[in-house]
Design a binder for this molecule. Structure first.
Ligand code: ZN
Length: 464
């Protein structure tokens, strides 16, 4: 028998369809797995965590984050998507060294664990050299987080992205040789770090590049994740239609943002077994469009939430839950206001807190392709769990525990975080020494800022 931990007497929001929400329940963990969820469990020789008055949830899943940008956190608070492309992707990305990617990935993954995110999809479009790829994986590995490493393309000039629109599409390709090498390294599809392919698609690339990258994913036996239908060019470039014409609508593909998908494109996502990753805080703030969670939900398409970029907003799932709860309800309220000017009828068809928590956990696991092992507190799944402090001044008293998590709690209430059976945060404190990773990410920031010319505002005042 392996090492065992018993979480006692918590309010357990399992997200498991059979188990539901349980008051005064226990969770028994053995090694890296959940072995039992029930009331009144007892076991000898276990480490006991008393969760009386606290809320136990599955770890949050962040389904899309460019973790390498952690080094330049909050450099671009007022940017729109278009200015982000020219300032971040054209100015900073080409100057990243492997050590910058390493520092950012380690710091970003620690940030995740601190915030109760136990799985991170690292959308890594900073594969400027093979060493950058190794540095990215190493940074994730050192923290013990569960992650999907989405191997991307070199970000060495704007020609890999933006100028492709005017020039008929980029000719830059993902480095297939390095992708194959990393795939051999990440060959265990049940391991702590698994692999996906981060592609650009028909908005940005010439058709032969699109075909090459989609076929590469098939060769590697991994899922694709791609940004689609964002900002105004989402209206004019119909990426899903383009992929359908090329017969490249693969199952389990993640369509990020999806703000402006057309009706027939939504059906393509559903019918091909795709899913969506929505980054509502960033989408609203930077002008991608509304986060269409309700549309996806109506069609039975899994919705994952994501933080996207630390350059511009906070990168935790509480922020995403608040943003989508407000924005998707706000859109429905507007419909009611427009239909009922007297205001005598309550708004109908509003999303609920329970849907939002499911998107941040179980649906996120579906989007990340790891539903078989994460996303719910289910015996047999990996032990990825979070305990929320139910006695905190901004959480107590609890009436509806789901509302306590979705509407009241924040990062400061993340008391305990367990990833793959290992306690990574306890009593509100990370159990990792942050001093080395902090020094590295600050040195990386100083280097990157010193390399980028003509910056204005606070960034110009940083040491160089
Ligand atoms: Zn993104």
């Amino acid at each position: 028998m392996g090492e065992r931990t018993l979480i006692k007497n918590g309010i357990v929001l399992t997200q498991d369809a059979q188990l539901g929400e349980m008051a005064g329940a226990d969770v028994l963990i053995e090694d890296d797995r959940i072995v039992a969820v029930a009331r009144g469990l007892s076991a000898d020789g276990v480490q006991v965590i008393d969760a009386t008055g606290d809320i136990v949830i599955p770890g949050f899943i962040d389904t899309h984050r460019h973790t390498w940008e952690t080094s330049i956190r909050t450099c671009a608070p007022d940017y729109a998507l278009i200015t982000y492309f020219s300032a971040i992707l054209d100015q900073f990305a080409p100057r990243y060294r492997p050590e910058d990617v390493h520092a950012a990935n380690a710091w970003g993954a620690l940030e995740c664990i601190n915030a109760g995110i136990t799985t991170l999809v690292d959308w890594s479009h900073i594969m400027n050299t093979p060493d950058h790829a190794d540095a990215a994986v190493q940074g994730l590995h050192e923290t013990g987080i569960r992650s999907v490493f989405a191997f991307g393309f070199p970000n060495t000039s704007l020609q890999v992205w933006w100028f492709g629109l005017d020039w008929g599409g980029s000719v830059e390709r993902i480095d297939g040789e390095t992708a194959h090498r990393i795939r051999r390294q990440l060959s265990d599809d049940q391991g702590l770090i698994t692999m996906a392919l981060a592609t650009r698609g028909p908005n940005f690339c010439k058709p032969d590049v699109v075909r090459y990258e989609w076929e590469l994913a098939r060769e590697l036996g991994i899922n694709i994740t791609v940004h689609v239908a964002m900002d105004r060019f989402g209206y004019t470039k119909m990426q899903l239609r383009g992929l359908q014409e090329m017969d490249l609508l693969y199952p389990n593909t993640t369509y990020i943002h999806s703000s402006h998908l057309l009706d027939d494109e939504w059906l393509m996502v559903r019918d091909s077994g795709g899913n969506v990753s929505l980054a509502p805080q960033i989408e609203l703030q930077m002008g991608h469009g509304w986060a269409p969670a309700q549309t996806a939900e109506r069609l039975g398409i899994p919705v994952g939430l994501s933080s996207d970029v630390a350059t511009t907003a906070s990168s935790d799932q509480f922020t995403q839950m608040h943003a989508i709860f407000a924005s998707e309800r706000g859109r429905r309220h507007q419909v009611s206001w427009d239909e009922d000017l007297d205001g005598t009828v309550a708004s109908s068809d509003l999303i609920t807190a329970r849907q939002v928590l499911r998107w941040a956990t179980l649906d996120g696991a579906k989007v990340a392709g790891i539903e078989d092992r994460a996303g719910s507190i289910t015996p047999g799944k990996k032990a990825d769990l979070v305990i929320i402090d139910g006695n905190a001044v901004n959480v107590a008293p609890i009436i509806d525990p789901v509302a306590a998590v979705v509407c009241a709690a924040d990062i400061s209430n993340v008391d305990t975080v367990i990833v793959n059976g290992v306690i990574r945060k306890r009593g509100g404190k990370l159990l990792t020494d942050l001093s080395g990773p902090r020094r590295a990410v600050m040195a990386s920031r100083d280097y990157l800022v010193s390399q980028v010319p003509a910056q204005e505002g606070w960034i110009a005042k940083l040491p160089s």
